[in-house]
Design a protein around this ligand. Structure first.
Ligand SMILES: Nc1ncnc2c1ncn2[C@@H]1O[C@H](COP(=O)(O)OP(=O)(O)OP(=O)(O)O)[C@@H](O)[C@H]1O
Length: 443
């Protein structure tokens, strides 16, 4: 069940990126078909410009001995390795050869010793421990080394029956996420990909005391799956003979304790610096994508676009279900769902929206007889009822009102009406519920 859940979660994340492969991508996926293997990277991305084939047991740079696979995205595979110089486990992210390699520079700037030294948000972004490039049959790949994390919040939710975090854990995670985003924005960067798949949980330092053997006994041995072409022909030189499912170091969301709930904001692969570059396209999953990316495609995205996604992410941390229906099939579905939840669109957007008459009589007025999932009903169905039913703690009226006020303001259609991240940190819900839970977690 956990495997299936993770597979679905990866598919959902991958689905998004596949349509919009990369802002920089020059990779042409290979046309070769392979026999399907569950819960692994897309095999057709082993091609010129794509992934680098990695073998478990191999030593990268004569320093990082690969022990297991941690995960994969559309632009990378990430490996758990033993740093033989420092005798500690590290995560090595090996990017596709078409990656622009900017992520490492952004992480280095965000974590440099002078960057906001006393800022709590800085502690939630992992410093780069080393970076290099590796050349192989598919090209030259930017690689960088960070500390390994336990699992993403998306995977933790998928691994639990309730798909919920304990209330104080959810409050603390939400506070940490806003701190991390506020810090990132203060440094001039927009993250651009804020969703629960990119929000990771820290591993405890005890992990470093495990030998390879103990690690395998506790978390499972790598299970090589043979790669075979569907046409039976031999594999090209850039395709690995075996691939591996990621190791599961995580925990089901409902089992995570307050002290374990330490967050890492990861994947700055599409982050950008709006003062120096204009970005018009959003790479967010449809259900968390800011609406201006659709209705104002000629206006560059900025910090406020992260605030929309941050509002959706905070909702998803507290809730069992995402704010918008996660089975949206088109941009029209997403816009329709946003109007049902948040009310009428700005007039100029409404007039621009060609698909408006499918579900609506007029702006904010649904067609007769159609079910409308309102804000209050979503709050009840996604947050309160599941929390009550599973004994995970519902929000009382005062907290519920403060939470709704904060998230609703972040989900204002017009970017100028959204608070900035520092203002979010100063909201009543943050000050009276979320930050106190975070402080409790630090003892
Ligand atoms: N430091 C880490 N520790 C543990 N797992 C990690 C780490 N970094 C990445 N991962 C795993 O690898 C997955 C992919 O990483 P990441 O999102 O950085 O890749 P990407 O190729 O940039 O993704 P995208 O598909 O968004 O382009 C993550 O969801 C996570 O499961």
């Amino acid at each position: 069940m956990r495997l299936l859940a993770r597979h679905l979660s990866h598919l959902r994340q991958a689905n998004v990126s596949l349509g919009q492969l990369s802002p920089f991508s020059t990779m042409l996926t290979s046309r070769v078909l392979y026999n399907h293997i569950e819960d692994v990277e897309r095999l057709e991305f082993y091609c010129k410009g794509g992934y680098h084939p990695i073998e478990i047991g191999r030593c990268l740079r004569d320093r990082y001995r690969v022990v297991h696979k941690l995960g994969f995205g559309t632009h990378s595979t990430t490996w758990l390795a033993q740093d033989i110089q420092q005798s500690e486990y590290v995560a090595v992210k090996v990017c596709t050869a078409d990656s622009d390699g900017k992520e490492v520079g952004i992480l280095a700037q965000l974590t440099e010793p002078t960057a906001g030294t006393a800022d709590c948000g800085k502690a939630m972004i992992r410093p780069v421990l080393g970076s290099y490039t590796v050349s192989g049959p598919n090209g030259t790949h930017p690689c960088f080394v960070t500390t390994p994390a336990r699992c993403s919040l998306a995977d933790a939710k998928e691994a639990s029956r309730s798909r919920l975090f304990q209330l104080d854990v959810a409050r603390s995670l939400a506070a940490q996420l806003v701190m991390a985003v506020a810090f990132t924005h203060d440094k001039g960067y927009v993250h651009g990909d804020l969703h629960l798949g990119n929000i990771l949980l820290q591993l405890t330092s005890k992990f470093n005391h495990l030998s390879d053997q103990q690690l395998y006994e506790e978390f499972g041995f790598p299970d090589p799956e043979i790669v075979r072409r569907a046409d039976g022909k031999p594999l090209a030189s850039g395709v690995p003979s075996h691939v591996f499912s990621p190791v599961w170091l995580g925990e089901a969301s409902d089992k995570i304790s307050l002290t374990e709930a330490k967050l890492v904001l990861s994947d700055f692969g599409v982050a950008f610096y709006p003062a120096r570059e204009s970005r018009f396209e959003s790479y967010m999953p449809l259900e968390m994508r800011p609406p201006e990316a659709r209705f104002e495609p000629k206006t560059p995205l900025s910090f406020a676009s992260d605030i929309w996604s941050l509002g959706c992410a905070i909702w998803a941390i507290l809730a069992q279900r995402s704010f918008l229906d996660s089975f949206l099939f088109s941009e029209d579905d997403a816009t329709g769902d946003q109007v049902d939840a948040l009310g009428p669109l700005p007039l100029e957007w409404w007039e621009k929206w060609e698909g408006r008459s499918k579900e609506f009589m007029a702006n904010g007025e649904p067609k007769e007889g159609r079910f409308v999932w309102s804000w209050d009903q979503r709050f009840e169905d996604s947050i309160q009822q599941p929390r009550r039913e599973t004994g995970m703690g519902a929000l009382d009226e005062e907290e519920g009102d403060a939470f709704s006020e904060m998230v609703r303001s972040m989900l204002s259609f017009k970017t100028r009406d959204r608070p900035n991240a520092r203002q979010v940190l100063n909201s009543s819900w943050m000050k009276n519920w979320a930050i106190p839970a975070y402080e409790k977690s630090r003892g």
